[in-house]
Write a protein that binds this ligand. Structure first.
Ligand SMILES: Cc1cc2nc3c(=O)[nH]c(=O)nc-3n(C[C@H](O)[C@H](O)[C@H](O)COP(=O)(O)OP(=O)(O)OC[C@H]3O[C@@H](n4cnc5c(N)ncnc54)[C@H](O)[C@@H]3O)c2cc1C
Length: 459
């Protein structure tokens, strides 16, 4: 009798998932190339699924899930492959790659978009633009909507449209652990709907389509920036906090290595503050920028940039350029203690191994959160994207980031699951949720997937 794995292979081949090319077994030629292409992150991991399967239709996908269930093979899901932790790459079992599910329909009358999990942020913004509509997609254009939405999604213009993109899922279609396609919304299968709004890698189903509520695009989207010395980071954070930015203004502070630092191979000494206004008019946008920037001018290293018009395409281009190819590890906290976070960061900068690493503070404020698994609070989002290029430097960079975020834990209110260091902190995932939401997620996982058809979070 053939082994369970061979049976799986025969089953999915019989489904004609694409005669050559939609299934790869670990021992087959081409497997490594497939796994490598599945990762946006150049950093490899030592985990290897037994199979990589790329269904082209929901029916094929259901057949794969049923086969996996029958043979006790755990399923891991991938949409856009942008997880910094490579969370979709698990040991053994099946990697079910849904990137080919890229259907995209706009219902402009109802301001709705129906998107498959493989649709990217840029795809959606581009499809909505002709109708004068927008959605809080990921900042980089390549970010997959599947994982982005399920984990919460801190998207473009989150202050005005937010607080998190997942709260704009009006309904979704999922395949549950019993291999059945189900609709989930506030009225139907409401537990699944609740989990989809922020459960991230904790969800216990495969999402195959999302119905999203979109918004009228702002008439004026403009940007400004200001360079400040690192010694003023804490003062700047305090000033922004006291101003309580208008929700139409996105305020971000990145700690960067200037050309001079790079030339000297010295730690970063500058802060780049960026303000993005999403307003009804240019006049309002200008006022919004001024509300933050004017107060900071006395500390600036140079005059503020002129206000310039931008938009979703330019923002996606900028995001894609900022997060270029490289080996990455990310971690984050949500905190009400940004000044202390700045002090802790500054103490770690002298030992920073790579000047390509990017620490970013983003103002979130205290928005009220609708009901959903996303329940993380904290007025500031402080994330750091460790980035390097040489595999020999994996260890030193990982150690640096993990030591920084170990020191930050005491001041964290919560963490954001989509950029959480799931590999190192897989036992700490509860930090990403309120206690009640975490308990409910665990109970729902137990109820809807008792046999563990979908991988749990043990890496
Ligand atoms: C360059 C870059 C820019 C980013 N910008 C932003 C940003 O602006 N805002 C923000 O909030 N985040 C951002 N992120 C983080 C991003 O939200 C996560 O990486 C997210 O997981 C990306 O979605 P994905 O579809 O590519 O996920 P994948 O890497 O494909 O999957 C990640 C995990 O999500 C789950 N999952 C994925 N698809 C499904 C599915 N169909 N059904 C069930 N579970 C599924 C699985 O558990 C999987 O392990 C960025 C990441 C990168 C690399």
């Amino acid at each position: 009798m053939s082994s369970p794995l061979n049976q799986l292979r025969s089953a999915v081949q019989m489904l004609a998932l694409g005669a050559s090319g939609s299934v790869r077994r670990r021992s087959e030629p081409g497997y490594d190339a497939w796994l490598c292409r599945a990762r946006w992150n150049e950093r490899d991991v030592d985990r290897r699924p037994d199979y990589i399967v790329r269904p082209r239709s929901v029916d094929d996908m259901i057949a794969v899930i049923r086969t996996c269930r029958e043979h006790g093979l755990a399923v891991a899901l991938r949409s856009g492959g942008h997880s910094f932790a490579n969370a979709f790459i698990r040991r053994n079992g099946v990697l079910l790659d849904l990137s080919a599910l890229r259907a995209l329909t706009i219902d402009s009358q109802r301001k709705r978009a129906i998107v498959g999990p493989g649709v990217t942020s840029r795809d959606l913004s581009r499809a909505l633009a002709p109708y004068g509509l927008g959605f809080a997609t990921g900042h980089s254009g390549t970010v997959g909507l599947g994982g982005f939405l399920l984990g919460g999604g801190l998207g473009i213009n989150f202050g005005q449209w937010g607080p998190m993109s997942a709260f704009h899922i009006k309904a979704l279609d999922v395949v549950t652990a019993d291999g059945v396609l189900r609709r989930a919304s506030a009225e139907e299968n409401s537990d699944l709907f609740w989990a989809a709004r922020g459960g991230g890698p904790m969800v216990f189903f495969a999402a195959v389509s999302f119905e999203l509520e979109c918004h009228a695009a702002p008439a004026a989207i403009t940007a400004r920036s200001l360079r400040l010395p690192l010694t003023r980071l804490a003062d700047t954070l305090r000033s922004v906090e006291r101003t309580e930015p208008d929700p139409r203004l996105q305020v971000m502070l990145a700690v960067i290595a200037s050309d001079e630092s790079v030339a000297q191979q010295a730690p970063p000494r500058e802060v780049a503050l960026t303000t993005l206004a999403f307003a009804e008019s240019i006049t309002t946008a200008s006022d919004l920028h001024a509300s933050i920037i004017d107060r900071l001018l006395p500390w600036a290293l140079a005059p503020a940039s002129e206000e310039h018009a931008t938009g979703f395409t330019a923002l996606h281009d900028h995001g894609d350029a900022t997060f270029g190819a490289g080996r990455y590890l990310a971690d984050n906290i949500l905190t009400d203690h940004a000044e202390r976070a700045a002090e802790i960061l500054i103490a770690h900068l002298p030992s920073l191994p790579s000047l390509a690493t990017l620490p970013i503070f983003i103002w979130r404020g205290s928005p009220s959160l609708p009901d959903g698994a996303f329940s993380a609070r904290g007025r500031w989002y402080f994330s750091t994207y460790a980035r390097w290029s040489d595999a020999n430097e994996d260890e030193v960079n990982q150690k640096w980031l993990r030591s920084l975020y170990d020191d930050l834990q005491p001041i964290a209110s919560h963490c954001y699951i989509n950029e959480f260091d799931l590999e190192y902190r897989s036992r700490e995932v509860a930090r990403c949720f309120s206690e009640a939401a975490w308990q409910r997620l665990r109970e729902l996982k137990q109820r809807h997937d008792p046999a563990g058809v979908f991988h749990d979070l043990a890496f």
